[in-house]
Design a protein around this ligand. Structure first.
Ligand code: NDP
Ligand code: PYC
Length: 345
């Protein structure tokens, strides 16, 4: 879904990232946290992942202003077992927690063949692919899940309970970019529903329900007391349940319904948990994995596939590198404004 039909400007990635870093610091993040979040948000914008790029900045800023998240948190990394790392994000963002534990996680994965990173007490407000793609770039396979905030009705239930709960996967592929997918287990990401509402668009049936629990195509009705549905009926619902179990049940983070942000007006970032599993395919005695994944990709193309998951982003990335990252004029001005003042979303 495109973010807007407003006039666009094109900005070098480094310039956008530097501005985002300043905004995060201006609104209470430490330099280290601001650096990680700015890189994440700029890369989403670069790749055309609009629901989790610059669009998210007002939400980050209002959340920081509300005192709901600690932008200066220093994560505590615990080496709990041969293949298990735990991080207490200390009420800060999940990405700096991953950054703090990453070296140990990779070391364990390369030694044991597999390693788990369990993050809790963390806020994740971003796309998930930036958390897994770099592992594939260094030859590893990575799978991550994060739960969000109650807004999805489990299949067969009457009330929302689950979050939009994405699953992201990345694997190396010889002679090709990594194979990466990243998908909400809801029929649509909450961010895309917000964008549709702002643009006055209608959504397909099966995406969500209104406040009375009746099917609706109106995104605003889904946001105003309504809810989303899992993708694929009972199948997406089972995956969403799995995400709750792994990202919250296993890590010690909050389930999507377990936190109460009502005393923090402006808070938008889910206070939950995240799990990352990293596998070193070099430990397999079979044909090197990246050749096997390349064989699969080639057969998929031979079967008529025109596009792989992740491919749209890689094409956008190339365009951004040639022409600069697209940002609407309004967003650019808003970012400048965020350097001057607090923002209410
Ligand atoms: P999409 O439905 O847009 O895409 C899901 C995946 O399918 C992507 O890997 C995408 O690749 C791929 N894809 C899309 N269309 C095709 C196609 N025609 N053929 C092959 N592959 C295709 O994503 P969602 O709306 O489900 O999620 C959007 C973002 O929201 C994600 O980054 C997710 O992490 C984020 N999110 C974050 C949450 C959080 O709590 N932090 C909660 C929920 C969502 P490509 O990228 O190349 O288009
Ligand atoms: O788009 O569903 C979403 C989402 C939730 C938290 C961050 N993004």
């Amino acid at each position: 879904m495109s973010v807007s039909i407003e006039p666009l400007i094109r900005v070098p990635l480094a310039e956008l990232q530097a501005l985002l870093q300043q905004v995060f610091q201006r609104h209470g993040c430490s330099e280290a946290v601001a650096g990680v979040l700015a890189a994440n948000c700029a890369s989403a914008q670069r790749d055309g992942a609009h629901s989790h790029g610059v669009f998210r900045m007002p939400g980050y800023v209002s959340t920081l202003a509300s005192g709901w998240v600690d932008g200066r948190a220093v994560p505590e990394v615990n080496d709990v077992a041969a293949a298990f790392v735990q991080v207490d994000a200390k009420g800060g963002f999940a990405q700096p927690a991953l950054a703090a534990a990453r070296q140990l996680l990779v070391q364990k994965a390369r030694s044991a063949g597999i390693a788990v990173l369990a993050i809790h007490n963390s806020h994740h407000f971003a796309a998930l692919w930036p958390d897994v793609e770099p592992f594939a770039e260094e030859g590893l396979i990575a799978l991550s899940v994060v739960n969000s905030m109650t807004c999805v009705v489990p299949h067969g239930a009457r009330k929302p309970l689950f979050g939009t709960n994405p699953i992201a996967f990345a694997a190396p592929c010889a002679g090709h970019p990594p194979i990466v997918f990243d998908m909400a287990t809801s029929a649509m990401a909450h961010g895309d529903v917000q964008i549709a509402a702002r643009q006055g668009e209608q959504l397909p049936t099966g995406v969500g329900v209104d406040a009375a629990g009746e099917p609706t195509t109106d995104p605003q009705a889904m946001l105003d007391g309504g809810a989303l549905l899992p993708f694929g009926g009972h199948k997406g619902s089972a995956l969403s349940m799995m995400v709750e179990l792994l990202a919250a049940g296993l890590t010690g983070g909050h389930f999507s319904w377990e936190f109460d942000w009502s005393q923090h007006p402006g808070a938008k970032t889910p206070w939950t948990g995240q799990l990352i599993i990293v596998i070193d395919p070099a430990k397999s005695t079979a044909t090197p994995f990246s050749y096997r994944s390349a064989a699969l990709v080639e057969q998929m193309h031979a079967a008529g596939l025109s596009r792989l998951p992740g491919q749209r982003r890689f094409i956008e990335r190339e365009l951004s590198s040639d022409r600069g990252v697209s940002v609407t004029e309004v967003q650019w001005l808003e970012l400048q404004g965020m350097l001057e003042r607090q923002v209410d979303e």
